[in-house]
Write a protein that binds this ligand. Structure first.
Ligand SMILES: Nc1nc2c(ncn2[C@@H]2O[C@H](COP(=O)(O)OP(=O)(O)OP(=O)(O)O)[C@@H](O)[C@H]2O)c(=O)[nH]1
Ligand SMILES: [Mg+2]
Length: 542
């Protein structure tokens, strides 16, 4: 229904300097006229005001002043919804905004549904579906990179390319359909070659767009990253370091964190949703057991795990169990508490390469197998502190316990913790379930040492290569991905049918499916259900 007039508070509920009540629809000016009393000679009644002007006055109801306001009048079609729009800027108290809204509702407007302003903008042709989605992305963007991607999409970069693709495919379809109407004429060989190459180009472009889905997802939703490990290894301390403020309670008591704690941080431009979890162990009371159950659930949902170890504790059977259990996940092994005397050694069969290495290796600059590098000097005394140069060391404990086994993975690099090391386990059969590569990063969650390397490791693991500006132009979302996948399948069938000289009806049928699927991305062929699904996820007033 576009013949009614909608209203909503467009600013977040809460106390603030200002709040905005938005009106859109054919009666927007009339509703505003009834609610607003202009004050001063420069102000006018909304229906008498010129488009794109602002007027000072009061919102009045039943002869009483509700609030002192500024009213912006924007006439169709130069507005977001392409309808008459009035925006009332009032004082930012929850009550003031609500009373102004009540007044316009009493004067003939209807309360807008979530996303209804954007839906009208779409239905009136002001923006297409990818741009409407970009509006939501923009509002929800949590890093500048996410914002940049949303802005590109809002500017219509993705739409342009999708429309171009669809136009090309429509041309091909028209060609094929023309031949169906004249069944006696075969498609000339060179025409057929042209059609094939145009379809192939389209297919290539679909593939190109589909390749951005992963990054698009990351920028929109963030990377869910579970921080896991045994109790007391420093998970909450690490979370606080990654966030840059004390979010989680830290204590020397094992089992401090009972519930999961979730917060988003900006890691090298990427939104990362860190989830601190209850330490994993068998024992514990019922509350802790529930916490551990939630930890496992968190792991299941996470795209990345940071598996934390305390280097001052020896490797245990439980460690082995959890290392194996979460080996199928994309993960980073974090060795924490490198300020303490190290006792941790990974068994070679679990993490070959890191196996013989005595934590803490302060250095980790090169990949494995670089045997030309010399082992680290050691042993040193237990409980000693890192030398000023940041050189790596092995501990007395480790040295005695493992003797000749002590083979550092990398050579010491004086600048210390700069990049994560890679632990390869390619010698392991896939059945063991271990990842072929898990980066290992050494940190001290107490001082923050190594946190920057950890951030680099996170970025490198989830985002291949550099983050380039042109990539941001066409970051598709999961809805686009779904539509483009269907378009790709149908285009492949079309190509196959055309190549093997199947009847042109069959060729046209598949091609039509492909054209429609591509059209869905920009909303050219969107159903009411799809629109409801998209716009209902918006906030009220948008
Ligand atoms: N020396 C040292 N102590 C640390 C470091 N990181 C954390 N700790 C200490 O280790 C203890 C446990 O830290 P938490 O961050 O609470 O550990 P957790 O893994 O969240 O523990 P649970 O929530 O009980 O599972 C605290 O006393 C921290 O101060 C570190 O790098 N070096
Ligand atoms: Mg904790």
């Amino acid at each position: 229904m576009l013949d009614d007039t909608i209203a909503a508070i467009a600013t977040p509920l809460g106390e603030g300097g200002l709040a905005v009540i938005r009106l859109s629809g054919p009666a927007a000016l009339a509703v505003a006229d009834k609610s607003f009393l202009p004050v001063g000679k420069h102000s006018a009644k909304p229906s008498a005001a010129q488009s794109h002007t602002i007027h000072y006055g009061r919102i009045e109801r039943g002869g009483r002043t509700v609030d002192e306001v500024l009213v912006s009048v924007m006439r169709a079609p130069r507005t977001f919804t392409r309808e008459d729009v009035v925006e009332i800027t009032c004082h930012g108290g929850i009550l003031a905004a609500k009373l102004v809204l009540d007044t316009v509702l009493a004067n003939g407007a209807r309360l807008a549904e979530p996303g209804e302003f954007s839906k009208r903008a779409f239905l009136n042709g002001r923006i297409d579906l990818t741009q409407a989605e970009a509006v939501a992305d923009l509002i929800q963007a949590r890093t500048e990179l996410s914002l940049a991607a949303a802005n590109e999409q809002l500017a219509g970069k993705l739409s342009q390319r999708i429309n171009q693709l669809r136009d090309d495919m429509m041309k091909t379809l028209a060609h094929v359909e023309a031949h169906i109407d004249f069944p006696d004429e075969d498609i000339a060989p060179d025409t057929k070659a042209q059609l094939l190459s145009r379809l192939e180009r389209g297919l290539e472009f679909m593939e190109e767009l589909l390749r951005t889905a992963n990054e698009g997802q990351i920028l929109r939703r963030g990377i869910r990253t579970a921080i896991i490990g045994r109790p007391n290894v420093g998970k909450s301390s690490l979370l606080n370091q990654l966030l840059g403020h004390d979010r989680a309670i830290v204590s020397p008591i094992a089992g401090t964190t009972r519930d999961t704690i979730e917060e988003t941080a900006n890691v090298r431009g990427l939104p990362v949703v860190f989830v601190d979890t209850a330490g994993l162990r068998e024992a514990g009371d019922t509350i802790e057991q529930e916490g551990i159950r939630r930890s496992r659930e968190t792991v299941a949902q996470a795209e990345l795990i940071l598996h934390i170890f305390d280097v001052s504790e020896p490797f245990s059977g439980q460690d082995e169990k959890y290392l194996k259990q979460f080996a199928h996940k994309k993960r980073i092994i974090v060795r924490n508490k490198i300020d303490l005397a190290p006792k941790l050694t990974f068994p070679p069969e679990l993490l070959p390469g890191a196996a013989g290495q005595q934590a803490p290796s302060v250095t980790s600059n090169s990949s494995l197998g670089n045997s030309s590098q010399k082992p680290t000097p050691g042993p040193s005394q237990e409980g000693n502190s890192r030398s000023a140069s940041g050189q790596s060391r092995t501990s007395a404990v480790g040295g005695e316990a493992f003797g000749s086994n002590v083979q550092p993975m990398q050579s010491p690099i004086p600048t210390a913790i700069s990049e994560p090391s890679l632990v390869q386990s390619q010698s392991l059969p896939p059945a063991s379930g271990l990842n072929s590569i898990s980066p290992v990063v050494d940190v001290c969650a107490l001082s923050g040492k190594g946190i920057e390397s950890l951030k680099d490791a996170i970025k490198d693991l989830v985002w291949a290569g550099e983050i380039k500006a042109e990539m941001l132009q066409v970051m598709i979302n999961s809805r686009h991905q779904d539509a483009l996948r269907r378009a790709r399948e149908a285009t492949m069938r079309t190509l196959e049918a055309l190549r093997s000289d199947l009847t042109l009806e069959l060729v046209a049928m598949d091609l039509r499916i492909a054209v429609n699927a591509v059209g869905e991305v920009v909303g050219k062929t969107a159903t009411e259900d799809l629109l409801d699904m998209i716009f209902s996820q918006f906030c009220i007033g948008k």
